[in-house]
Design a protein around this ligand. Structure first.
Ligand SMILES: Nc1nc2c(ncn2[C@@H]2O[C@H](COP(=O)(O)OP(=O)(O)OP(=O)(O)O)[C@@H](O)[C@H]2O)c(=O)[nH]1
Ligand SMILES: [Mg+2]
Length: 330
């Protein structure tokens, strides 16, 4: 461990927020491995909540309100705002910062914006590290806000114990749900902006969509909120509590965390391999100008070179996504 890392660790151990902030920065730039090794044993205590949904649905407002109820319950809270589109962690997230300002002076709330930058495991990897550092630091609740409903958000949702999918009335969101595979990851649907005239319609659509499905285990709950006015937040917090309790009692929490762990390891390994393979390809094309050889031959040699050519029978995926919902009658 470098001297700089030792100083960060000392601050971290003394529960100084700058220790946590610097540990996350190290992870963000791809240099957090030693620190993670030092503190990973302290993780596993925090309740983690993922909050995803389209731009402007009210995620940051919901987040700020949830921080409020969690604090009222005496919990310490970490918030991670993820912007998958931005390579920088400041700027685009200004709106979030404004909405979370009321918690800035609270020493038991730690707020952090993130981008992927140099992390081997990409954005999900950097976020996973941030969650783990906050957990190890002693935060009781860690909330991750991610914009959109694409693949990176689904990956990030896989890190969280409980995933909230926020939807906006009058935007055609529900039609997009099945397509985006979001039903698979939603533990709780939040229809925010319940003051909107189309809010009931959206709730009905979600209900009828769920009626077409058979769920194994947890059946997603639906909560209507008006985050801007602080309405429905207690109900949402209670639903999060019910889901956490379900995970604990059913034993799914353990299974879920194992899968999340496997996911993170996989992302790191694949990220590392990708870099090495890319470097070799670039090197090869530089030497041969890509002319005198066929792609299969080149691939075979590169594979042999990085020693990843496992026999076919061993190339079984380590983790399989469990199907939580299936269409009735199929
Ligand atoms: N009418 C109405 N507006 C709301 C409600 N909740 C939040 N808003 C407004 O919606 C806008 C967007 O809220 P944000 O919390 O920034 O939404 P977001 O999902 O975090 O946005 P991005 O991070 O940019 O994706 C703000 O102007 C909020 O004041 C609500 O319940 N009703
Ligand atoms: Mg936001």
């Amino acid at each position: 461990m470098t001297e700089a890392d030792e100083r960060i660790l000392a601050d971290f151990d003394r529960k100084l927020p700058r220790g946590l902030a610097r540990a996350i920065s190290r992870a963000e730039s791809g240099a957090g491995a030693e620190l993670m090794h030092a503190v990973f044993g302290r993780t596993g205590r925090a309740m983690t909540v993922g909050l995803t949904g389209p731009p402007g649905v009210g995620k940051s407002t919901l987040c700020s309100e949830l921080v409020g109820v969690a604090r009222r319950d005496g919990k310490t809270v970490g918030v991670i705002s993820v912007d998958p589109s931005s390579p920088f962690s400041h700027g685009a997230i200004l709106g979030d910062r404004i909405r979370l300002t009321e918690h800035f002076t609270d020493p038991d709330v730690f707020i952090r914006s993130m981008a992927s930058r140099g992390h081997l495991g990409g954005l999900a990897g950097a976020t996973g590290d941030a969650v783990a550092f906050m957990d190890a630091f002693g935060m009781d609740v860690v909330i991750v806000e991610t914009v959109g409903v694409g693949q990176s958000e689904i990956e990030i949702a896989e890190l969280a114990d409980t995933t909230l999918v926020a939807l906006q009335p009058g935007s055609g969101d529900s039609v997009q749900l099945l397509k985006a595979g979001i039903l698979e990851v939603a533990d709780i649907f939040v229809v925010n902006k319940a003051d909107h005239p189309m809010a009931l319609q959206l709730q009905r659509e979600i209900h009828s969509m769920m009626e077409m499905l058979d769920f194994s285990g947890w059946v997603p709950e639906l909560v209507a909120t008006r985050a801007r006015d602080g309405i429905g937040i207690d109900e949402l917090w209670a639903a999060i509590g019910r889901h956490a309790e379900y995970l604990r009692v059913s034993g799914e929490l353990e299974a879920k965390r194992k899968t999340a762990f496997a996911h993170r390891v996989r992302a790191l390994v694949i990220g590392d391999l990708e870099r090495r393979v890319d470097a070799r390809i670039a090197d090869r094309i530089g030497r041969t100008n890509g002319s005198a050889e066929d792609p299969y031959g080149a691939a075979r040699e590169i594979l042999a070179d990085v020693e990843t050519a496992l026999p076919e029978s061993q190339t079984r995926p380590a983790t399989r996504r469990t199907t939580r919902a299936s269409v009735k009658g199929l």
